[in-house]
Each structure stands twice: as structure tokens, then as C-alpha cells.
Ligand binder design. Structure first.
Ligand code: ASP
Length: 347
């Protein structure tokens, strides 16, 4: 154990970790205060000073893009108020944690300190909850980890926020990193792998919460009516993440989507093709059914998860609708959201 004194901020937003059983609805809902959450931790955390902020009591299924902006705003406020913070922990529901954590990744860049999202599969009020352990792990990473990026700490693993998916409903092991593997693990030491962004307190954070939330995520399935794309554009959406099959393939024969993509792009709606597969990437050059999407102007999400691609598109469109600039920004890996790819610029 280290003897260093560290100062972190814990921002509570709700989720299962803060949930209680409501006798009336016979279901779980957030309700534990941040103090009640901290009461569940073993005493004697003497070396970590915790500054508490209670932001929402939200089941994360109810989180909206404006909640992402509020979380980023809270990080900005506390980091301006307390200059010697070592890191931030955000307790959050697991259902949409990757969306919020990805959004914060784009909105708060060059923070230079860990911003750690965590939660639980079982409410902290239950004796066998994973909540206390996950909070302790998250605090440990926030306080002492040599990490300068937004991550999800869960079940002893440290995942890059933008490369993570919720993959299990019941198991303590709720999250997995899509390639590459987790950026670290918690054992006797905090083990962090190469390739991560390291802690750097000399950086000047950049907060930029601009978003265009008129973005849509559409999963292709056999039989998807091609008119769906036009309906989405009619509803006023400015961008669509189209989850294609395998390497980003789309129907081009019966129920072909090519015409709909072309029309959407002509009407100023950006179309980005991601993959329905958890591992691997959209590569529209492999099959004719991928090239067809590329030929009518769709962009590739490379190996971005659909969740990260959606949030990134909202963030990019919050800055520009200029086609060349959108294309350029979607192919820059700002916060490690895209793994290595020859066409991709890594910041
Ligand atoms: N429905 C809960 C939430 O996302 C699930 C959880 O936290 O595990 O808020």
C-alpha cells in the first residue's frame, strides 16, 4: 500500500450502485445518497481525501445527451475549484455508461489525470454487491494510477472508455474492451499497459461540450425496409451510424440501401458505417456489398464501437457540418477510439 495522500472527487449520478428496492413498484430505482454509498466502504481510507458531488439520481437508461454535458460541466467546475485534484470518479449506471464515458472522453481532452467511471451489477446496499469493491478500485486508480484518460474500472479491469462495451447483464464482469485488451488491471499493484495516455498534471484541459444530438443509430437486419433511411432524414437527423454486417456490408440487391444512403447524403445527412461485430473493423473495401456503401459516399467507422461512433458523430457535428471537415474529424482518433489503421490520424 502506498502512503501518499491523494485528493479525488466522487461524482454520483445514480445507477444500480445507488439503487434501492422500491416496495411500491417492486423494482430497483436509484436512491442511495453519496454518503450512504461511501458508508458501504471499509473504513480507514485515510490516504485518499474524497470530495463529494451528487449530480443526479438517474437510472442510466434515462440518461440523455444533455446529461453527458452536465457531467463534463461538473468535471470542469470541480477541477477549477480544486486545483490539486489527483483524479475523478464517476458512479454511473452500467446500461449507458459507455455512452456517457465516451462523451466525456471527447468533451474533456488533455485532462492529464484519470477520469474513472464505475458502477455495479448489484446495489451497494446488498451485502454481496460489487459496488464497494468497484468504487474502491476506481478511487485507487483515480488517486494513484499513472493514467491521463477516461476509463471504466469494473471487476478488477481498467478499460478505455471509448473501446468498451457492456457485454453481460448478470455477471460481475459486465464490460469488455474491444481490441485492444483492457488498458490495465487491478491486482496487488495497479498494472497499466503501454499504449495508454499517462498522467500529466502540466497539461491544460480542453473542455468542449458542443453536441448535435440529431444523430441516429440504425442496425441493419435482413429485410430492413430501405425507406427507413429517408424517414430518419425526414425526422430531422443530421447523421446516421449504420451498423452493417461483418466488415460493414449492406444489402445491395433486394431491399438495397444504396439509394437511401445516396439520398440521405444529398440531403446533408452524414452516413457512417460501423460493424455489428464486437471485434474487428468496418472495412468497406473488402466486399462489393461494402464498396457499394463507400461508392455512394458512406464513411467508415473503422473499428469504433457503434456507441463510440454515435457519440463522436454527435460531438463532431456539434462543431461542423462541412462535409470535408466531418470526414476528416471522423477519421482522426482523438482519444484512442480507433485502434491503429493506416488511414487514421492518431492524436
Ligand atoms: N439500469 C441500471 C442503470 O444503468 C443498470 C446498472 O446500473 O447496472 O442505471
Amino acid at each position: 500500500m502506498t502512503n501518499t495522500t491523494a485528493k479525488i472527487c466522487l461524482i454520483a449520478t445514480g445507477g444500480t450502485i445507488s439503487s434501492i428496492y422500491d416496495e411500491q413498484t417492486e423494482a430497483l430505482r436509484p436512491g442511495l445518497s453519496v454518503d450512504a454509498l461511501l458508508d458501504r466502504l471499509p473504513k480507514g481510507m485515510g490516504d485518499i481525501e474524497v470530495i463529494k458531488r451528487e449530480l443526479f439520481q438517474l437510472d442510466s437508461a434515462n440518461a440523455q445527451p444533455h446529461h453527458w454535458q452536465t457531467i463534463a460541466g461538473a468535471i470542469k467546475k470541480v477541477s477549477e475549484e480544486i486545483s490539486d485534484l489527483d483524479g475523478i470518479v464517476i458512479t454511473h449506471g452500467t446500461d449507458t455508461m459507455v455512452y456517457s464515458a465516451s462523451a466525456v472522453s471527447f468533451m474533456v481532452q488533455d485532462f492529464g489525470k484519470p477520469i474513472v467511471f464505475t458502477g455495479a451489477q448489484i446495489p451497494a446496499s446488498v451485502p454481496w454487491s460489487d459496488g464497494p469493491r468497484n468504487i474502491l478500485d476506481a478511487m485507487r486508480v483515480a488517486a494513484f494510477g499513472d493514467l491521463g484518460e477516461v476509463c471504466i474500472v469494473f471487476n478488477g479491469e481498467i478499460h478505455r472508455a471509448t473501446r468498451t462495451k457492456k457485454v453481460r447483464v448478470n455477471s460481475y464482469d459486465a464490460f469488455d474492451s474491444m481490441d485492444p485488451s483492457p488498458i490495465g488491471i487491478l491486482a496487488r499493484d495497479i498494472v497499466l499497459y503501454e499504449g495508454r495516455k499517462k498522467r500529466d498534471h502540466s497539461l491544460i484541459p480542453r473542455f468542449d461540450t458542443r453536441l448535435d444530438d440529431r444523430v441516429f443509430l440504425l442496425k441493419i437486419f435482413p429485410g430492413l425496409p430501405p425507406q427507413t433511411l429517408a424517414r430518419i432524414v425526414d425526422l430531422g437527423y443530421h447523421g446516421i451510424i449504420l451498423e452493417g454486417f461483418g466488415s460493414g456490408n449492406i444489402p445491395t440487391d433486394e431491399n438495397a440501401l444504396t439509394g437511401g444512403i445516396l439520398q440521405a447524403i444529398d440531403q446533408g445527412c452524414f452516413v457512417i458505417v460501423s460493424s455489428q461485430c464486437a471485434f474487428g473493423q468496418a472495412d468497406l473495401s473488402v466486399y462489393e456489398v461494402g464498396r457499394a456503401a463507400m461508392d455512394v459516399g458512406a464513411l467508415s467507422a473503422y473499428d469504433m464501437t457503434s456507441e463510440a461512433a454515435l457519440v463522436k458523430l454527435a460531438w463532431v457535428l456539434g462543431h461542423t457540418h462541412e462535409p470535408d471537415r466531418v470526414k476528416e474529424m471522423m477519421s482522426i482518433s482523438y482519444v484512442g477510439e480507433i485502434s491503429f489503421h493506416p488511414e487514421v490520424v492518431h492524436r
